[in-house]
Ligand binder design. Structure first.
Ligand SMILES: Cc1ncc(COP(=O)(O)O)c(C=O)c1O
Length: 399
């Protein structure tokens, strides 16, 4: 019998959402997301045409030259389309030298955090996007928490950030709209956050994966940054949600030119660029008239779904804390029911939610304040799924 060597790799579990996928597979015998399942745990949008939305192309064409290695920070077509998008829709004044393309939003976030001076403390809200926790732990970063819990309605203010920073340097990471809560900083509040993060010794990753999903209209920090070259701000976007193409694995970071140069160097030794076919496909999705229509269709469809599910959830006694962005509801289950217990019941109906403790950046598990919170994704739900979904949820809340 041969004995295997212990692994040389650091051991760490999969990102929280995958924990649910694996436990669902064990219990239900099929993958969450397969036909016949109800993937309320997952964070993907519909990948089909929305009412009044533009067509989603079924093809991409390329030539022999497109089979060469891509440029390190992105192909010209996509960089120009992104520059025009931010300048036209958000009044920014960036050039293509302010943008680096990655294979999705997470790789851009990971690169920024991995390349950052490890001494800088990271300010993060207590309730945030699950993988931030994994990345920060893997990179052994010092984390300073900003309260975001039932006591403050998951709505920390700039004063909470100032108190957490305590006048010392610090780097913010924040999803806006927030995953899981959907709470979105906009207008003067977003301006004040941008100014705070643009101050000397500070910086931020503002993660706008759900930019299109805010009602009544998308918001972006790019509308509030006067001179990005003078800052350590990193605004992250992706084709994953708003453009409805998670499988294209295309995301980007907008930042100061000197920081984009570091991403170029990183790409040259660690990534080798992003598939040209994906970049060509996404560049076409950003054609100005098309993207204008896509934004409107996404806002309208998902605002309607947010309202319809919101009313039904309240009628079931769920206490909702959801904001006006994203494609999730974030709420507290009635009668002290734990989210883990709810999932055990839902698995029998081939359904699953994301249990609140996986959004707890302290990872206090079942003992923490997120025990009876859950995130329900209506991202991939068709209008006609509503009735059946509610029947399953109602029966599982009862027992
Ligand atoms: C807050 C947030 N940021 C970024 C992403 C980007 O994901 P991807 O790496 O799939 O583009 C997601 C997707 O779930 C997200 O929820």
């Amino acid at each position: 019998m041969t004995t295997s060597e212990p692994s040389v790799l650091k051991q760490f579990p999969p990102m929280g959402i995958y924990e649910v996928l694996f436990s669902f597979l064990d219990s239900a015998g099929t993958y969450l997301g397969n036909p016949g399942t109800h993937p309320w745990a997952q964070g993907y949008p519909l990948t089909t045409q929305l009412p009044n939305g533009p067509e989603i192309p079924g093809q991409v064409s390329f030539e022999a030259a497109d089979l060469k290695y891509p440029p390190a920070t992105g192909i010209d077509d996509l960089l120009a389309a992104l520059r025009d998008y931010y300048n036209d829709f958000h009044g920014a004044s960036i050039t293509t030298d302010n943008i680096a393309v990655f294979a999705g939003g997470r790789p851009g976030i990971f690169a920024a955090l991995a390349l950052m001076d490890p001494e800088i403390p990271i300010l993060i809200e207590e309730t945030e996007y699950t993988p931030y926790h994994d990345i920060l732990r893997l990179l052994e970063r010092t984390v300073v928490m900003v309260a975001s819990n039932p006591e403050n309605g998951f709505r920390p203010s700039l004063a909470d950030y100032e108190a957490a920073a305590g006048g010392t340097p610090g780097f913010v990471i924040k999803s806006n709209p927030c995953n899981p809560t959907g709470i979105t900083w906009s207008g003067e509040e977003l301006q004040a956050l941008v100014d705070f993060c643009a101050a000397p010794g500070r910086g931020a990753i503002i993660d706008e994966a759900y930019e299109f999903f805010h009602a009544p209209a998308p918001v972006s920090a790019m509308a509030h940054i006067r001179d990005i070259d003078a800052t350590n701000l990193f605004v992250v976007g992706a084709a994953t949600k708003g453009l409805q193409v998670p499988g294209m694995r295309t995301g980007w970071v907008v930042a100061a030119k000197r920081n984009i140069e570091m991403f170029r160097n990183y790409s040259s030794f660690a990534m080798g660029g992003v598939a040209r076919a994906s970049q060509l496909y996404v560049a076409a999705l950003l054609e100005p008239a098309r993207v204008a229509r896509a934004r409107e269709a996404v806002v309208a469809y998902y605002a309607s779904q947010r309202r319809v599910y919101g009313e039904a959830f309240r009628a079931l006694g769920i206490e909702l804390f959801t904001g006006e962005g994203g494609f999730y509801h974030w709420g507290r289950l009635p009668n002290g029911l734990g989210a883990g217990e709810l999932n055990d019941r839902l698995y029998r109906h081939k359904a699953a939610i994301l249990p609140g403790p996986l959004c707890d950046m302290y990872r206090r598990g079942e003992d923490g304040p997120h025990r009876d919170f859950f995130r329900f994704s209506f991202g991939a739900q068709l209008e006609e799924d509503f009735q059946g979904n509610m029947e399953i949820l109602e029966s599982c809340l009862k027992g």
